[in-house]
Write a protein that binds this ligand. Structure first.
Ligand code: PLP
Length: 423
């Protein structure tokens, strides 16, 4: 991987024709070290957030030895780039062949499930193994996440006790509970509330858990979504854990994805055409901009220009809102933004779209002949950081309508700690 001091150096030296993923490995390292030292338990990296080998290697260098995987391909990836590490197969629905391969070929011992049928599959496909760590995935009612993850997976409170009991009886090793409060969770108390729900199910089942896995959901910063400090999330988890009925050796686990890699990549795209407030780019929703298109997330942007008197990073007063179109012929290849850029932006300019390290490059397809992306390392700071690598909040200009749209993600102003509940 070649290295440039800044994205502007890359623009000046190479005028890249294809989209370029700009990676900042240090950002992964700083995030991983923070979690490793502050979280009072084991940190499993959720590989799906960004399966790039450089991310895995950076995590290993930072001391991460546990990985949350969801497929055989992810297992093979971790086995290759983080040999000897511990893997947890946390997808609640797996093929029998995937379970066997995980257990017999890769030494995976930890499996999650949310039905009796899946538990039976796990036991069958591992040859009635007795050394399994069996983690019951619970569906929890959680507020404050930008993406809900409870619709598809998770046993409800009513059916959880019998599944917990069955899990307890099926293993001589660890039995645990897990949940996912939803990705980009804006409320630390969501974890505490989810832990209370898990605790209730355990009490009803009359069993004690050996593992309490609080899942992922830890946030990063995006325009209009500036979360509380990460330490508030860990404090809420501490409070939740203290209130649970557990035994002395019960382990606490977490599975951050986004929070470990969001800051560590951005994307450099080229403007191919300007049509009013629409900019046609060389990457889009079938490339690294899935969330910008389908979730309408307004990612932070910077403008670079190679030539002319205004060459360099273009910083002008009076930014204007733009929307983006990707290179494919599909009309869903549209990123509404708004992305605030200098009015002078034009064909041939380059735009850096920040904070795409999680669920960005990982989503890229080759639809319509586009999507091929180069990767280079850059040494400047990410556009925003939860870990003090950059100015923490992103300065963004927003219209009033935008303010109204995003306000539900931010904390009400006024007395700290007094948070209004919203439905
Ligand atoms: C996606 C996922 C994660 C990671 O979620 P983030 O919101 O990126 O932290 C963790 N655990 C499971 C089971 C997941 O499916």
């Amino acid at each position: 991987m070649s290295t440039y001091h800044t994205p502007l150096d890359l623009v000046r030296e190479r005028s890249p024709e294809r989209p370029v993923a700009l990676v900042r490995p240090d950002a992964v390292s700083v995030a991983a070290r923070w979690f490793q030292s502050e979280f009072k338990g084991d940190v499993f990296y959720a590989v799906k957030a960004n399966p790039s080998p450089w991310v895995i290697r950076e995590l290993v260098d930072a001391g991460v030895r546990s990985f949350d995987v969801a497929s055989v391909a992810e297992i093979e990836l971790v086995a290759e780039h983080a040999p000897g590490s511990r893997m947890a197969f946390m997808h609640p629905v797996k093929s029998r062949r995937a379970i066997s391969a995980a257990y017999f070929d890769h030494g995976v011992r930890t499996f999650s499930f949310d039905t009796h049928e899946e538990l039976a599959k796990i036991i069958d496909s591992t040859g009635q193994a007795k050394d399994l760590n069996l983690i019951v995935r619970m569906g929890v009612q959680a507020e404050g996440a930008a993406y809900s993850l409870s619709g598809k997976f998770g046993v409800d409170l009513h059916n959880a006790p019998s599944l917990l009991l069955a899990a307890r009886r099926s293993t001589q090793d660890l039995m645990g509970v897990s949940f996912h409060v939803g990705s980009q969770c804006m409320r630390p108390t969501a974890y505490q509330a989810a832990m209370a729900q898990a605790s209730r199910a355990l009490v009803r089942a009359g069993v004690l858990a050996d593992v309490v896995d609080v899942g992922g959901g830890f946030p990063s910063i995006y325009p209009g979504m500036v979360p509380p400090d990460l330490s508030e999330y860990l404090a809420a988890i501490d409070r939740g854990f203290a209130e649970m009925m557990v035994h002395e050796t019960t382990q606490l686990w977490c599975e951050p994805g986004r929070a470990l890699c969001a800051e560590a990549s951005s994307l450099l795209v080229k403007v191919e055409l300007k049509k009013g407030d629409a900019l046609y780019l060389n990457d889009g929703s079938y490339g690294s901009l899935f969330d910008a298109a389908h979730m309408k997330w307004p990612f932070p942007v910077k403008l670079y220009r190679k030539n002319g008197p205004s060459g360099g990073e273009v910083v002008e007063e009076g930014l204007k809102p733009f929307r983006f179109y990707g290179p494919t012929c599909d009309s869903v290849d549209h990123m509404p933004g708004p992305f605030w850029l200098p009015e002078s932006v034009d064909e041939g300019d380059y735009i850096e779209i920040g904070m795409l390290g999680a669920y960005g490059v990982a989503m890229s397809t080759r639809f319509n002949g586009f999507g091929e992306t180069d990767t280079v390392e850059v040494q400047d700071a990410p556009m925003a950081s939860m870990y003090g690598l950059a100015k923490r909040s992103i300065p963004v200009v927003r219209t009033e309508a935008e303010e109204r749209k995003v306000v539900r993600f931010s904390r009400p102003k006024g007395a700290a700690g007094k948070r209004k509940r919203r439905r």
